[in-house]
Design a protein around this ligand. Structure first.
Ligand code: SAM
Length: 296
């Protein structure tokens, strides 16, 4: 990929896009990306073997790998959790609607692909704040005819706008259960910006029977010396790892699905134990919870 790029996608005038039978009719808006600084979406894409990254992303990815060699395997493990989580939510919990915030650049096993392989009528709204994800949104919009997908460029910090946005209200029926996916995104939100309020605010807009799925970086198992090296390596796209307790707090008022809050590699794994990353190398907690009737 070149290091400067203009998008070839067709975002609508307000920056989001719903799949239609006639993509060629959509207006083309050139979209300038800043490729000179590393972005989390592109660095993650580099680690998981994608092609949508630039020199700054690769340099940043390599610097972090030098400090923490398991970072690439951890990213792949996280992606595998996303697949298992969506499989569980669709096949076992019976969810047919997904709000996937912090989508990332399209990669194998995008949420709608996993869900629609099980239930073709599944409906998915993708949300990310990185313009590069928008430039690849077309790959997220390849819905089955029975279902629907939509893409919205928005920031988790502006969560009230997300729930009210016509792409969300027009694609999802918010009176029916929705799975809110916050997979490897909450660790980009600083405590000062109150990620707990963001999650609670989003869940407030969803009905009883909805689900929350989270994976989240942690340094609970990481020696302080390694933490310091990783911190020094991350110059852009800073991350705020949280403890198991801090991550469990996102599920206040929800009923945790078995096996609760566990290392991302150990959440309903489908591989042999010896193939899974250790909690230190996976360096993330994961859980799914179900929204109960409100008691207040
Ligand atoms: C590590 S990727 C995770 C992608 C995908 N959820 C997965 O687990 O495979 C994190 C994504 O979150 C997005 N992101 C980071 N901060 C965000 C924010 N405040 N609002 C929306 N998206 C955000 C990044 O642009 C990136 O695409």
């Amino acid at each position: 990929m070149n290091d400067t790029v203009d998008s070839d996608t067709r975002p609508s005038s307000h920056g989001e896009h719903v799949s239609t039978d006639d993509d060629a009719q959509l207006p083309v808006k050139p979209y300038r990306l800043d490729t000179t600084v590393a972005h989390p979406a592109r660095r993650y894409n580099y680690w998981i073997g994608g092609k949508d990254h630039f020199a700054a992303d690769r340099e940043s990815g390599e610097a972090i790998l030098a400090a923490f060699p398991a970072a690439r395997a951890a990213a792949l493990e996280n992606r595998a959790f996303l697949r298992r989580a969506v499989t569980y939510l669709t096949a076992e919990a019976g969810v047919r609607q997904f709000l996937d915030i912090g989508t990332g650049i399209p990669a194998p096993d995008n949420t709608h692909e996993v869900a629609q392989a099980i239930a073709p009528e599944s409906r998915v709204v993708y949300v990310d704040n990185d313009p590069i994800v928008l430039t690849h949104a077309r790959a997220l919009l390849s819905s089955s005819p029975q279902g629907a997908t939509a893409y919205l460029e928005e920031d988790l910090h502006d969560f009230p706008k997300i729930l009210e946005h016509p792409e969300v209200t027009g694609t999802l029926d918010l009176t029916q259960p929705v799975a809110l996916l916050l997979v490897a995104v909450l660790h980009f939100v600083h405590d000062e910006d109150d990620p707990y309020e963001m999650v609670a605010g989003l869940l407030d807009g969803l009905p009883v029977g909805s689900y929350l799925a989270v994976s989240h970086a942690t340094t609970d198992h990481t020696p302080p010396r390694v933490q310091a090296k990783v911190r020094a390596a991350i110059k852009h796209g800073k991350m705020y790892p949280r403890t198991r307790g801090g991550i469990t707090r996102f599920f206040d008022g929800l009923t945790l699905v078995e096996p609760g809050v566990v290392s991302v590699a150990d959440w309903r794994p489908d591989g042999e134990p010896e193939q899974r990353l250790s909690p230190l190398d996976a360096s993330a907690w994961a859980a799914i919870g179900r929204l109960n009737p409100r008691t207040d």
